[in-house]
Design a protein around this ligand. Structure first.
Ligand code: TXD
Length: 340
């Protein structure tokens, strides 16, 4: 009996030591996306979770509810809720969804004024408590908010990225999969540029069972007008869901996309993922964030992959980056410290 007790206590001690070695993932914002992120991360056991929100009860209530689901799904990571940045100290990964979502009829850009103020508060909250964290920003308008976050926080540009392209690429692949009656796992694609109506689904980079999408158009497997409809539906993918939900915006696919980035970092998977990353000469741009293919490894945004763009793709990419630049200039008018 005594031996059995000793063995059991040793196992429990080892279990707790392993838990301490787990990564620490703080989620700033416990709303629709934040709560879904927490649940997905817990089930995948990517690390111990701190769910933060200014609405303390929301963070604590969702954390407790998810924790209580461990009796069903059996995950062994810890999760707590808080409104105190001290509890997020020394995070390995921080995923930010703090902000307001769109209402029907609003554009992502309409959120700029409110979410700029919120991201400043978040930057002040994390820059000293988790200076080494890999920070994934999800809050809209994404490209400008992630740029403001990096400037406000002063964290290294390769450790601050935005989530949008994975979501947009997933939407594009889903619509193609339905149209072509092809399992989505057989479709590869990239949507680059800003996360807005000017985003660029890269048809030349899209392959269905390793066959280029442009070939399928030539073979009339999908008409040009149908493909244009799918590109347009991808660009309006967020607004379509906002209209259906009436309150709030998409959260399951955005959360799954954020987890994809966090997992590639935590497990050093070196996946090449479309993310809003800081450009330092790549694609002919500097000192701006835009959606490009990025190798996400334990180093963060380890490398930006420069793919050869068709003339029309480059033209659309330039239009998209111009839109991000113009919105960032608007941000500079709201907060002149960003205009430097
Ligand atoms: O692809 C993408 N990047 C987009 C991003 C996809 C979908 C939604 N996108 C944007 O994410 C959306 O337009 C919003 O700007 C954010 C978060 O969307 P979510 O649907 O999660 O919004 P909620 O449910 O309103 O949650 C936001 C939470 C809410 O609980 C607030 O109390 C909290 O943010 N909040 C704060 N937390 C911390 N600190 C501050 N200052 C703060 N202010 C609000």
């Amino acid at each position: 009996m005594a031996i059995r007790y000793k063995i059991r206590s040793r196992i429990y001690y080892a279990y707790n030591e392993i838990k301490k070695m787990s990564k620490k993932i703080s989620l700033i914002g416990a709303g629709q996306i934040g709560g879904t992120l927490a649940h997905l991360i817990a089930i995948k056991e990517l690390g111990n979770i701190v769910l933060f929100d200014v609405a303390e009860g929301l963070a604590k209530g969702k954390a407790l509810d998810i924790a209580q689901s461990s009796g069903v799904t059996g995950f062994g990571v810890d999760i707590i809720g808080t409104n105190n940045y001290e509890d997020t100290k020394n995070s390995d990964v921080i995923i930010i969804t703090a902000g307001v979502p769109r209402k029907p009829g609003m554009s992502r850009d309409d959120l700029l004024g409110t979410n700029l103020k919120i991201i400043k508060q978040v930057a002040d909250g994390i820059k000293n408590t988790s200076p080494k964290a890999f920070v994934i920003c999800i809050t809209n308008p994404l490209d400008v908010i992630v740029m403001a976050l990096q400037k406000y926080s002063g964290l290294p540009t390769h450790k601050v990225v935005g989530m949008a392209g994975i979501l947009d690429s997933s939407r594009f692949k889903y619509f193609l999969s339905k149209e072509l009656k092809e399992p989505i796992k057989n479709i590869e694609s990239l949507v680059l540029g800003g996360h807005g109506d000017t985003m660029v689904p890269m048809t030349k980079q899209t392959k269905i069972k390793n066959k280029n999408l442009n070939e399928l158009v030539k073979e009339n497997k999908i008409s040009k007008s149908k493909l244009d409809d799918i590109i347009n539906r991808t660009r309006k993918g967020g607004a379509e869901i906002v209209k259906l939900l009436e309150r709030g915006s998409a959260f399951y696919a955005p959360a799954a996309s954020g987890v994809e980035m966090a997992e590639s970092y935590i497990k050093d998977l070196k996946k090449t993922l479309p993310c809003a990353a800081y450009l330092n000469g790549e694609y002919g741009y500097s000192n701006i964030y835009a959606g490009v293919p990025v190798v996400i490894s334990k180093k963060g945004a380890e490398k930006i992959v420069e793919i050869e763009l068709e003339k029309s793709e480059k033209l659309n990419f330039d239009i998209s980056v111009k839109a991000v630049k113009e919105l960032f200039e608007s941000a500079g008018k709201i907060d002149p410290t960003l205009a430097k």
